[in-house]
Design a protein around this ligand. Structure first.
Ligand SMILES: *[C@@H]1O[C@H](CO)[C@@H](O)[C@H](O)[C@H]1NC(C)=O
Ligand SMILES: *[C@@H]1O[C@H](CO)[C@@H](O)[C@H](O)[C@H]1NC(C)=O
Length: 455
């Protein structure tokens, strides 16, 4: 996520806390995956998903009063972060009715963009894969590949159906932070490489201090929450990118001040916010991805992402991140870069990133924070995130349009997709495409080349 700042959490009266509420029983939708050792040899694993705590109704532990309304904390219940965490409870989620999160078939997850509900409307969502009712499913991706099917045919410009890994704690911070009584079961402990500060509870405390800057849907506080992030899939009908984001820190870390890397501190923070992205359109292949293109986004397809190590073992340093698509029984290798000054590569590596940053005139914060090797260390214990979101910071222009917005569009690296820069303005896209949705299915983890084949 290169520029994600505020997730849209739109509730007429959202309320949050870190005790456990009992108004609605928490029942996780089931989303089984497969683990493969070699081609044709895969085993089913029972897994489920939980909704991130930020989206949940949170209320006074005794009763129904909101701890947070609109975009403000209740000053009585939440005079400070610790008191607030003690006074407020996170409740169970009605996945389909309130959030538009469903499992249309076994192994498939559908996320609706806008869901009208009793409280007004919910916009977007973020869920985590769980190994059990209380623990996230931990992934070690080194020398492995991660594969899933995506259907972005109902996901227009300005939206982002995102599947990625964040280095979160297995129990959501439950054991580390005694004031967090909810834990992974209620989707706590989120972090990513943008060090988001719109997270309401961090390290078992409410992010009350300095809370403000609301854009009508959300707000942000003094603290952010950082950790390495591997973006497998950030995409809509017209654009896609995959992007590693290393950090100076490993595992979930609360930040404040310059460490969060906001504004002018972008390259002084704990994490590489830009990352090193492979976006086929940006790399000069404008007819590779989209409706009726080489990868035809009007129909479902398979996305394979491989994490190759220097010595081909599970313990080697990460060397390259490779992409294949499978559609209509055909394996489609990733597009090859057409940009002058960059080798004709179709995978991410330290060399590719260095050449790309030079060719596009971008700061190579990726290398400064340890590049592929640093990302590889983080890949040993990752949590899988599945989401859909719109972009209150820069209208998703960094993914599917021109970015920076004021740059000369003929300059290499500025054009990222064919979308109109105005299409992703949240008000516009929420009004024009409330019925947008994305489907993720057939999630597989396995040895290199074990999870897919041509037919
Ligand atoms: C704020 O919380 C207090 C104590 O829980 C409660 O009495 C009050 O009604 C709440 N205010 C709002 C506006 O919800
Ligand atoms: C894996 O599969 C790809 C695509 O079919 C192929 O190009 C590559 O050579 C295979 N690698 C190995 C190690 O078999």
């Amino acid at each position: 996520m290169m520029y994600r700042a505020f997730a849209a959490l739109s509730f007429a009266s959202v309320v949050l806390g870190q005790q456990v509420g009992t108004v609605t029983a928490e029942k996780h939708p089931s989303l089984p995956i497969e683990v493969c050792t070699k081609a044709g040899s895969c085993k089913k694993e029972s897994t489920e998903v939980t909704l991130d705590s930020n989206w949940r109704w949170t209320h006074a532990t005794s009763g129904y009063t909101n701890c947070y309304t609109g975009s403000a904390w209740n000053a009585t219940a939440c005079p400070d972060g610790k008191t607030c965490a003690a006074n407020c409870a996170l409740d169970g989620a009605e996945y389909a009715k309130t959030y538009g999160i469903t499992t249309p078939s076994t192994g498939a997850l559908k996320l609706n963009f806008v869901t009208k509900n009793d409280n007004g409307a919910n916009v977007g969502s973020r869920v985590y894969l769980m190994a059990s009712a209380t623990k996230y499913r931990m992934f070690n991706l080194l020398n492995k590949e991660f594969t899933l099917d995506v259907d972005v045919s109902k996901l227009p410009c300005g939206l982002n159906g995102a599947v990625y890994f964040s280095e979160m704690d297995e129990d959501g911070g439950l054991s580390k932070y005694k004031t967090n009584k909810a834990g992974a079961k209620y989707g706590t402990g989120y972090c990513d490489a943008q060090c988001p500060s719109d997270i309401k509870f961090i390290n078992g405390e409410a992010n009350v201090e300095g809370w403000g800057g609301a854009d009508g849907n959300s707000g942000s506080g003094k603290y952010g929450t950082c950790c390495p992030e591997m973006d497998i899939w950030e995409a809509n009908l017209d654009a896609t990118a995959y992007t590693p984001h290393p950090c100076k820190v490993s595992s979930q870390t609360r930040c404040e001040g310059a460490d969060c890397g906001n504004g002018d501190d972008r390259y002084n923070g704990l994490c590489d916010k830009d990352g090193c992205d492979f976006n086929s359109f940006r790399m000069g292949n404008k007819d590779f991805y989209g409706t009726s293109k080489t990868v035809d986004t009007s129909k479902p397809f398979t996305v394979v992402t491989q994490f190759h190590t220097v010595d081909g073992t599970d313990n080697g340093a990460l060397k390259s991140i490779r992409r294949f698509y499978v559609q209509g029984g055909k394996v489609i290798p990733n597009s090859v870069s057409q940009i002058e000054g960059i080798d004709e590569a179709n995978a991410l590596s330290d060399d590719f990133c260095k050449q790309q940053k030079t060719a596009f005139g971008d700061n190579n914060h990726f290398a400064q924070l340890g590049g592929m090797a640093a990302m590889g260390n983080a890949l040993k214990k990752m949590v899988l995130v599945l989401s859909v979101w719109d972009d209150y910071a820069v209208s998703m222009n960094w993914l599917d349009s021109n970015f920076p917005t004021d740059a000369d569009t003929s300059k290499p690296g500025v054009g990222r997709g064919r979308c109109d820069p105005e299409a992703g303005v949240p008000k516009t896209v929420e009004a024009a495409h409330p019925d947008a949705s994305v489907i993720y299915s057939n999630i597989k983890l396995g040895a290199i080349n074990s999870t897919f084949k041509a037919s």
